[in-house]
Design a protein around this ligand. Structure first.
Ligand code: ADP
Ligand code: GN1
Ligand code: MG
Length: 357
């Protein structure tokens, strides 16, 4: 095992010393490892992204508070993330060189999917994220730190996009005019949700804000929703962020970085499936929240496409990429999904109406 990782792990209260530590998972932000101890117990070790998160102590305070709150409300101990404290009883390790680390219990006998294998899997992810939001409905939102300010402020995402576009630090803008035009043509609409929140038309709730399918675990045997993970972005937000981000990722007929755009569509069947699960678990959603669900899906997809495009223009500093045009390919799938949603707008609205009955 790498000496650095061994030393880092030595600062955590594992049951016995670690015998292996290997890269793990498909997250775009943190660096994740699976750790095995001498007794074969497994853990997740993460180096927290300081590019994404500028105040790690505040972030970890959120996670400790939310997981403690959830633990009192669940039956299966695998139903929430469990932090393993450091040897000086802290929730994370400040290694002193600008890196920050944390360890979770590995959620055993579970599956984490990159794409739904069956519609029922997607339904269960809706149950998981919906239940998560419902369980946190009385959590004191004002005690949570905003771990990434303006995370889903689509209007502000456009501001950053325009800034990078004007600076064009890598000279990449000329090659992506079509994508830039697509984004700019929808700039006005980008303020829809933020404006409604500011006007009090949409209620602020404690939300997860990063509800893609690989941020929820299903029980390996029953395939039922088990645990919502990746709690870095839990903060006050809109229910539509959680609903919309799940549709963006999970109702697509292709991977987020699919190069063949003919394969990329927003499946209305999957849209219905997720809607059903989410509405079932969140019976308290207001009429306006339900009415805006198609817009939530569109905004989260547009915003994510704009974020991928911004990162591409900026030289790929935020999202992990595996090749030069990775962020551009991701941006293209998102914009294809947005266009597809626009062409299916009435059907999406009808599905929401039918599933609300
Ligand atoms: P990122 O912010 O980079 O997406 P995540 O916290 O989502 O990081 O972790 C990346 C992946 O690691 C997840 O998609 C999941 O597969 C796996 N993972 C994370 N936490 C656990 C856990 N406690 N038990 C098992 N697998 C986990
Ligand atoms: C990131 O961390 P991960 O891989 O679950 C990102 C999300 C994006 C997503 C796109 C903190 O999610 O906002 O929607 O990539 N998370 C953060 O796949 O920026
Ligand atoms: Mg993740």
């Amino acid at each position: 095992m790498n000496e650095l990782l061994k030393d880092v792990l030595g600062h955590f209260q594992l049951d016995t010393p670690a015998v292996s530590c290997e890269p793990y998972g498909f997250g775009h932000v943190n660096v994740t490892y699976v750790v095995v101890s001498e007794t074969k117990r497994r853990y997740i070790l993460q180096k927290i992204s300081t590019r994404a998160f500028h105040d790690v102590p505040a972030l970890m305070e959120n996670i400790s508070a939310v997981t403690t709150y959830l633990r009192e409300r669940i039956e299966d101990p695998r139903g929430t993330l469990t932090l393993i404290p450091t040897t000086d009883n802290k929730s994370f390790l400040d290694y002193g060189d600008g890196t920050y680390w944390r360890v979770y219990d590995f959620i055993e006998d579970s599956v984490c999917l990159q794409a739904a294998e069956t519609p029922e899997d997607f339904f269960q992810s809706a149950v998981g994220f919906g239940r998560f939001q419902e369980m946190l409905k009385d959590f004191p939102a004002e005690t949570l730190h905003e771990t990434i300010p303006n995370f889903h402020n689509t209007k502000d995402r456009y501001r950053i996009f325009r800034e990078k576009l004007a600076a064009d630090p890598c000279g990449r803008a000329a090659g992506v005019q079509k994508e830039i035009e697509f984004a700019l043509a929808r700039a006005e609409e980008a303020s829809t949700l933020v404006d409604q929140q500011a006007a009090g038309i949409l209620p602020t709730r404690v939300t997860h804000n990063d509800t893609k399918l690989n941020n929820v675990m299903l029980d390996a045997e029953t395939k039922k929703a088990l645990c919502v993970i990746d709690l870095d972005t839990v903060m006050p937000g809109l229910s539509l962020y959680d609903f919309g981000d799940s549709i963006r990722f999970g109702a697509s007929t292709a991977a987020e970085d699919e190069k063949d755009l003919d394969k990329v569509e927003m499946s209305l069947d999957l849209f219905r499936t997720y809607t059903r699960g989410f509405l079932q678990e969140c019976p308290g959603l207001t009429e306006q929240e339900r009415k805006m669900m198609p817009m939530g899906a569109k905004m989260m997809t547009l915003e994510c496409g704009v974020r991928f495009l911004t990162d591409y223009l900026d030289g790929d500093n935020y999202f992990k990429t595996h090749y030069d045009t990775h962020n551009l390919d991701r941006c293209r799938t998102q914009f294809k999904l947005v266009a597809d949603m626009e062409s299916k707008w009435e059907e999406m609205a009808r599905i929401i109406e039918e599933e609300s009955k």
